[in-house]
Design a protein around this ligand. Structure first.
Ligand code: NCD
Length: 359
């Protein structure tokens, strides 16, 4: 059974296969409509969403499949204390593929290990958001043909932004050069930096303000402050409004730079940029549909995915309790801690659910 819990579940070759299929579905929709007839997608959204859930549903329905699910967990048995594992077992009987979003890091992995059908992570806490990263890379490739050699700035709340995490790891897998731009206290977390350095051989440039590097960037990927995830130790007042991409800043950017944002935006990306031909964020949200169409068809086995390299992770049981309070293992008590190491990098030792480094 293939799942997409993190991007580590796909080889680079498979990601490129998904991009080719998405491009075909985008340009020749009638050829593909019907491929998911009689298949059902369950969308289990325990957290707010507009684009991700709607684009998943749109993708499935454009392939003539059906959808069911919830976007308000307060109307489900969660309120009675049902576990993720039991929900997963049950939904297996009602649908053919699951898309899940939840506020606990590692939650999609729990669903995947208890469901007998493919599971797609639509965002798990501040951990990862792999389908957003696929959409982001695809959008870059459609404008710039390739990622390799591009200088890619990831800007904003890099500590708690799951879209930023998946995006940075994905860019580096495809040979982009990362520049991390974040105010103090919101820099990329150690587990991402360690992975970038030891698995992908990349030490990103780190700065606090986008004006320091704007001339060098081919891509500027902005993220909102993840207010709902800030721990009490971070004073929201001091970081709120501490970064902004606007026309004045973009004056010094390359004429063919790309402005990206996973959306929703709050106050970090000025509306005056919407008419700038470098703005690519609405293109990004549009590309979410063909990408999710291609992914659903591939995971359902309706299109062959060719795994060209084995997964790079080794996973084993661990006696360490994960230190991340938001890790699913600290919420669902039946789970056994597991840790992952990377082939050839046995010293990158992380919780297999949420990625947090095991000291
Ligand atoms: C992102 C998310 O939910 O992580 N949104 C999305 O799926 N496009 C980004 C965000 O909420 O900031």
């Amino acid at each position: 059974m293939r799942h997409l819990v993190t991007l580590d579940d796909l080889s680079n070759f498979e990601i490129e296969q998904i991009f080719r299929l998405a491009a075909g579905m985008q340009s020749q929709h009638d050829t593909w409509a019907g491929i998911c007839r009689s298949k059902l997608l369950a969308t289990l959204f325990y957290e707010p969403s507009t684009r991700t859930r709607l684009s998943f549903e749109s993708a499935m329905e454009r392939l003539n499949g059906g959808t069911l699910g919830f976007s308000d967990p307060s109307s489900t048995s969660v309120t009675k204390g049902e576990t993720l594992a039991d929900t997963a077992r049950m939904v297996t009987n009602y649908a053919d593929v699951i898309a899940v979003r939840h506020s606990w890091a590692g939650s999609a992995r729990v669903i995947a290990s208890h469901a007998n059908i493919p599971v797609i992570n639509g965002g798990d806490g501040s951990h990862t958001h792999p389908t957003q990263a696929l959409t982001d890379l695809y959008t870059i490739i459609r404008r710039k043909s390739q990622i390799e050699g591009l200088t890619v700035g990831v800007c904003g709340d890099l500590m708690y932004g799951r879209a930023a995490h998946s995006f940075a790891l994905a860019v580096s897998r495809f040979g982009g050069n990362l520049v991390h731009i974040a105010p103090k206290g919101l820099q990329m977390p150690p587990w991402i930096l360690k992975r970038l350095a030891q698995v992908h051989g990349q030490i990103p440039v780190e700065v606090e303000n986008v004006t320091e590097v704007i001339e060098t960037l081919d891509v500027i990927y902005v993220n909102r402050l993840q207010e709902e995830r800030l721990p009490p130790s971070v004073d929201a007042e001091t970081v709120r409004g501490s970064y902004l991409l606007n026309a004045a800043v973009m004056k010094n950017a390359k004429p063919d730079a790309m402005i990206m944002h996973p959306l929703p935006r709050v106050n970090e990306l000025a509306y005056e940029l919407d008419e700038d031909p470098r703005a690519a964020y609405f293109e990004q949200s549009a590309n979410a549909v063909p990408i999710r169409m291609a992914l659903i068809a591939s995971l359902l086995g309706l299109e062959q995915l060719i795994l060209t390299q084995p997964p790079i992770r080794n996973i084993e049981e661990s006696s360490h309790q994960c230190k991340n309070p938001n890790c699913v293992t600290n919420h669902e008590t039946y789970l056994v801690s597991e840790q992952e190491t990377f082939r050839g990098n046995e010293d990158v030792n992380a919780c297999a659910y949420c990625g947090q480094l095991v000291a």
